[in-house]
Design a protein around this ligand. Structure first.
Ligand code: UDP
Ligand code: MG
Length: 310
């Protein structure tokens, strides 16, 4: 049997959202009159989400559970969903109903018109703190400026991807993943559809500040060398300043000009350049750590239970 739509939802402690997610996805997908599957990826939940996913799968064979051995993070959970998906079009959606399943119909419409990636753009966001809104807005703009691929602004992972593009993305096995960047990098015919991002149906965000920072670092290091180049620019600028300053200071001393005396000036210069050098080393470290993770060649995720891959 060929399946038209695969819906992928990553689940990390979403016990109270699962029944409503299933109900709304089913209602929307049944209305298309086409075949579909719902892939629920349990990303090491510590509440009772896992047993709820098993129950849903036992009741309804369109639900396919993938249960991880531990928490691997949202981007990896979605990756596993993509690996196991069978549909001609694959939809990635959050499990907390912030992305309304009804929007899938609009995404599907554009897909039928011939677009291969239809991403959902957040025209409005509800029920999120000013801090989240501000950091998210800054994040999208920073990434847009400094990365080499043009990732559409205010766009999350909620999107529909054609099978051909999914197969390309599945062949990209990088460890530190930023799916939106990968999705923009592959090309194909892409278009955005605006939608209103709702408040969470139940529960709290699973993306605290440190996880957002990690995602931002993966986005930057995965798609740009800019931080590495900053050290080069800085080096040239400070060397330039030194070349001009050295003869000036020598001249000043010879002519009795009484500036730049004492330890304070030396100390400030040493601390400043010590700081710059350590930061540059840290940036190098970010890239080297990622190279190390790639070289180790460990699997992206470990599955405890999953249906057969097809
Ligand atoms: N999620 C996950 N693993 C994690 C964190 C989050 O699978 O380590 C899932 C979560 O269950 C939800 C989606 O990723 O379905 C988006 O997370 P969340 O709603 O907490 O993020 P926010 O919308 O606040 O950015
Ligand atoms: Mg959410």
């Amino acid at each position: 049997m060929t399946i038209t739509y695969s819906i992928i939802a990553p689940i990390y402690n979403e016990y109270d959202n699962l029944p409503e997610l299933y109900r709304r996805v089913k209602e929307v997908m049944d209305s298309t009159g086409e075949t579909w599957e719902l892939i629920l990826v349990d990303d090491g939940s510590s509440d009772h989400s896992t047993s709820r996913i098993r129950e849903l799968a036992a009741q309804d064979p369109t639900v396919r559970p993938i249960i991880f051995a531990r928490n691997f993070g949202h981007q990896i959970a979605v990756t596993a969903g993509l690996d196991y998906s069978r549909g001609q079009a694959v939809v990635i959606i959050d499990a907390d109903l912030q992305d309304p399943p009804e929007v899938i119909l609009e995404l599907a419409k554009k897909w039928k018109e011939g677009y291969e990636v239809v991403y959902a753009v957040r025209a409005e966001r509800q029920g999120e703190s000013w801090f989240k809104l501000l950091t998210a807005a800054l994040f999208y703009r920073l990434i847009f400026r400094i990365t080499d691929v043009k990732i559409p602004l205010d766009t999350g992972d909620f999107r529909l991807i054609d099978r051909q593009v999914v197969d390309v993305m599945n062949s990209m096995r990088e460890k530190h993943r930023f799916l939106r960047g990968m999705g923009a990098w592959v090309g194909f015919k892409q278009i955005g559809v605006e939608y209103k991002r709702e408040a969470r149906f139940a529960g709290e965000t699973k993306y605290p500040f440190n996880k957002m920072l990690k995602l931002a670092l993966n986005a930057i290091t995965g798609f740009s060398y800019f931080p590495l180049q900053v050290a080069t620019y800085f080096g040239f600028i400070s060397a330039g300043v030194a070349i001009i300053a050295i003869p000036l200071v020598v001249y000043g001393r010879l002519t009795g000009f009484d500036a730049f005396h004492g330890q304070a000036t030396t100390l400030i210069a040493v601390l400043f350049f010590g700081g710059v050098q350590l930061i540059s080393l840290g940036i190098l470290g970010e890239y080297i750590g990622r190279i190390y993770d790639e070289v180790k060649g460990r699997p992206l995720y470990i599955v405890r239970e999953a249906p057969k891959k097809e």
